[in-house]
Unconditional design. Structure first.
Length: 432
């Protein structure tokens, strides 16, 4: 006889969910912060101290020439768009399924984002839809390696080279991920990494821009690192005269954030191995259970970063059980599962109106930004399909296989009781 569902009074399948707290803070992390505090090492103007050591660690790891630490990943994205020379009238192809920071700084350089649909199984930008949206105004492409799964870089690079477009990689979810044994972040003209507190390398707040291009590096430095840093790093005849003033922003990273990030970065490979061991095991155990599909990992992915673990809901095998009921049943069994909350950007009000009222970016002046893009539900359907079908489970780093086995048992248990669930909790009728 099948054990009863916890939702219907039975014993939960999970005796104790595994705790997930991020980032792990070690004595080494604390000692590095305390050392800076005692030395009153609380701000830098030049390339020095913990910021210099962090930048060197990242660029050596990736094999790139330049690294520039910043106050946030958003600041790094703004600097990347400014660095590649985007301006009024330029279009930038960007994923609709991404965090807002990938796209919003495009407006700050007075360029226009053109949103691109997602692959329905990975959530990454769809190269085929990307190609369809290239126009004579298109000057750049920005991509995000969503949840740490690398984008299809071979297809994307073929397009950017064919059309001579700048390429910016948002690697905020993908520290250490590899596409065909090559690190993400090394394919674009510039790449950025967020160091926000939930990221795999966490500083609380912070970001990095990396590039092999001297001009991009100099422009990014001038944008947010005036005086000493610019005087140190800006060497070209064209830009050196402006080192004294820069271009008006302060994007410097705090030394305490740099120290924490550098300490965390030293454990990156350990973190990634732990997530791989746990989440690949979980995917193998979930495979074949009705109603749930483990996250896909394409053949070209030689290392997934597993920023989050996002399986897909497949209701056709669950006898009419809704997503809401499925979640209730799994949570009753003790599984810490949530509906993914990410909304494709084209569904946000800012991308659906002619006039947002801010008058900040000159959107109403078509001669400045090019034609205004407005979107409505259904315009980028595969991103909506992916967003509506994804769950989130913690990306466990420490060994937790016994608990994962219990999670798997909970998924199997709910699937076996699907008919009973749909009978006991029928979905409300739809339509008139």
């Amino acid at each position: 006889m099948k054990p009863a569902l916890a939702l219907l009074g039975g014993q939960p399948a999970v005796s104790q969910p595994a705790a997930y707290v991020w980032p792990p803070i070690t004595d080494e992390d604390v000692a590095g912060i305390v050392r800076l505090l005692r030395a009153r090492e609380l701000s830098y103007y030049g390339r020095e101290g913990e910021v210099e050591r962090l930048e060197d660690a990242f660029k050596d790891y990736l094999g790139l020439r330049h690294a520039l630490a910043m106050s946030s990943g958003t600041a790094a994205l703004h600097s990347a768009f400014f660095g590649v020379g985007l301006g009024p009238g330029d279009e930038v192809l960007a994923p609709t399924f991404t965090f807002l920071s990938t796209v919003m700084p495009i407006f700050v350089v007075n360029a226009m984002p053109v949103l691109v649909d997602a692959e329905p199984d990975t959530g990454n930008i769809d190269p085929q839809d990307l190609e369809r949206r290239i126009t004579e105004r298109t000057k750049a492409v920005v991509i995000t390696h969503m949840q740490g799964h690398p984008c299809d870089m071979e297809a994307i690079q073929a397009l950017t080279r064919k059309h001579r477009l700048a390429l910016i990689e948002d690697c905020s979810h993908a520290h250490g991920a590899r596409y065909k044994d090559r690190f993400v972040g090394t394919f674009g003209d510039a790449s950025i990494f967020s160091l926000q507190g939930s990221k795999i390398v966490a500083a609380g707040q912070g970001g990095l821009l990396l590039t092999n291009h001297q001009e991009i590096y100099e422009r990014a430095t001038l944008l947010g690192h005036f005086k000493v840093r610019s005087a140190q790093e800006v060497r070209s005849e064209r830009y050196r005269p402006f080192a004294g003033t820069g271009y008006g922003l302060n994007y410097r990273m705090h030394p305490l954030a740099a120290a924490l990030a550098r300490s965390q970065f030293g454990r990156l490979d350990e973190y990634l191995q732990g997530r791989h061991d746990n989440l690949s095991y979980l995917s193998a155990r979930l495979k074949g259970i009705p109603g749930i599909e483990p996250p896909i990992v394409r053949e070209y992915v030689t290392r997934h970063a597993w920023f989050t673990y996002r399986p897909l809901f497949r209701p056709s095998a669950l006898e009419g059980v809704s997503m809401e009921l499925y979640l209730r049943a799994l949570r009753a069994e003790g599984v810490p599962i949530e509906k993914a909350s990410s909304t494709p950007l084209h569904l946000e009000p800012l991308f659906q109106v002619d006039d947002d009222g801010s008058r900040t970016y000159g959107w109403e002046r078509g001669d400045l930004t090019g034609p205004r893009r407005r979107y409505k539900p259904g315009d980028l359907p595969r991103s909506e399909q992916y967003a509506n079908a994804t769950f989130v489970l913690p990306p466990y780093t420490e060994p937790v296989r016994p608990v994962l086995d219990q999670y798997v048992e909970a998924f199997r248990k709910v699937a076996e009781h699907a008919a009973e669930l749909s009978t006991r909790f029928p979905s409300p009728p739809t339509g008139p």
